[in-house]
Write a protein that binds this ligand. Structure first.
Ligand code: ADP
Ligand code: MG
Length: 247
C-alpha cells in the first residue's frame, strides 16, 4: 500500500454552460518518505491536483486513497480533520496573517488541531519551530517586517506545527531569489531525510524540480512521466521481462 494512490482522477470545472476538463484520468502513487516534484507548465493542472491531494478540493470522479482510506467520499469536516492532523501546506505567496507576528502565525493551526494544549505550550512549540527554521531573532516580527525568504520560513514552521506526515508545497520558491530558493529547498530536503516527512513540491521550474528524488511530469491535465515510485513502472507502460536486463 502506498501513502497516496490516485486512480483515474478527473476534475472538470464548470464555467456557466461550459465544462472545462482540467485533470484527465490521473493515476499515480506516492510512497511514504518520498520527496517528489510535480512539474509542468503554467495551466497544466498542478495546483488543481495538489488541492485534491491535500483534501482542499474534491475530484469530479476517480478514487483517492490516502493511507488506504478513500478520502473522496468524506464529509467536509472529516476532510478538515485529515488536513489538520496529517498535512502541512506551503504556498507561493506564504499566506501569512498580516499584522500578526511570526509566533502567532505559527500557532494559528494549533487552534484546529486535535490535541488540547495550554497557550503557553502552543507558544513554546511555535518558538521551537521558528528556531529550527533559523528565525530565533525574528519571533515577534510581522510579515511586512520580514523578507520573502523569512516569510516562507515562518510558513514552513506553521506547516509543521501539527506534526504532519506529508508536506505539500505549491511553487514554494516562486517569489524568491535563487539563493533564498536554494535555502528553502534544502530545508524541504532536510525535513524529508531527517524527519521522514513525505514532501510533494509543485513547480514549473526544472531546477527546482531537480531537488526531489522523483519528478512527476504533468502536461495538459495528464501525467506523462514519473507516476510511480522508481522501480515500479506504471502497469500500462511496463515491458514484459525478457531476462536480458543487465546484459
Ligand atoms: P497550474 O497550477 O499548473 O498552473 P491550475 O491547476 O491552477 O494549473 O489550472 C489548470 C487549469 O484549470 C487552467 O486552465 C485554469 O484556468 C483552470 N482553472 C483552475 N481553477 C479553476 C476554477 N476554479 N474554475 C475554472 N477553471 C479553473
Ligand atoms: Mg499553480
Amino acid at each position: 500500500m502506498h501513502l497516496i494512490e490516485l486512480n483515474d482522477i478527473c476534475k472538470v470545472y464548470h464555467l456557466g454552460e461550459i465544462d472545462v476538463p482540467v485533470l484527465k484520468d490521473i493515476t499515480m502513487s506516492i510512497g511514504e518518505g518520498e520527496m517528489v516534484s510535480l512539474m509542468g507548465a503554467s495551466g497544466s493542472g498542478k495546483s488543481t491536483l495538489m488541492n485534491i491531494l491535500g483534501c482542499l478540493d474534491r475530484p469530479s470522479s476517480g478514487r483517492y486513497l490516502l493511507e488506504g482510506r478513500d478520502v473522496t467520499q468524506l464529509s467536509a469536516d472529516e476532510q478538515a480533520e485529515i488536513r489538520n492532523s496529517k498535512i502541512g501546506f506551503v504556498f507561493q505567496n506564504f499566506n501569512l496573517l498580516p499584522r500578526t507576528d511570526a509566533v502567532e502565525n505559527v500557532m494559528m493551526p494549533l487552534e484546529y488541531g486535535r490535541r488540547v494544549r495550554s497557550s503557553r505550550e502552543c507558544r513554546e512549540l511555535a518558538e521551537t519551530l521558528l528556531e529550527r527554521v533559523g528565525l530565533k531573532d525574528r519571533m515577534h516580527h510581522q510579515p511586512s517586517q520580514l523578507s520573502g525568504g523569512q516569510q516562507q520560513r515562518v510558513a514552513i514552521a506553521r506547516a509543521l506545527v501539527n506534526s504532519p506526515s506529508i508536506l505539500f508545497a505549491d511553487e514554494p520558491t516562486g517569489n524568491l531569489d535563487s539563493r533564498t530558493s536554494r535555502e528553502i529547498l534544502e530545508m524541504f530536503q532536510k525535513l524529508n531525510t531527517d524527519d521522514g516527512i513525505t514532501v510533494l513540491m509543485v513547480t514549473h521550474d526544472p531546477d527546482v524540480a531537480a531537488h526531489a528524488r522523483r519528478v512527476i511530469r504533468v502536461l495538459d491535465g495528464t501525467i506523462v512521466d514519473g507516476s510511480e515510485p522508481s522501480g515500479e513502472p506504471a502497469a500500462a507502460a511496463a515491458e514484459p521481462a525478457t531476462g536480458m536486463e543487465g546484459l
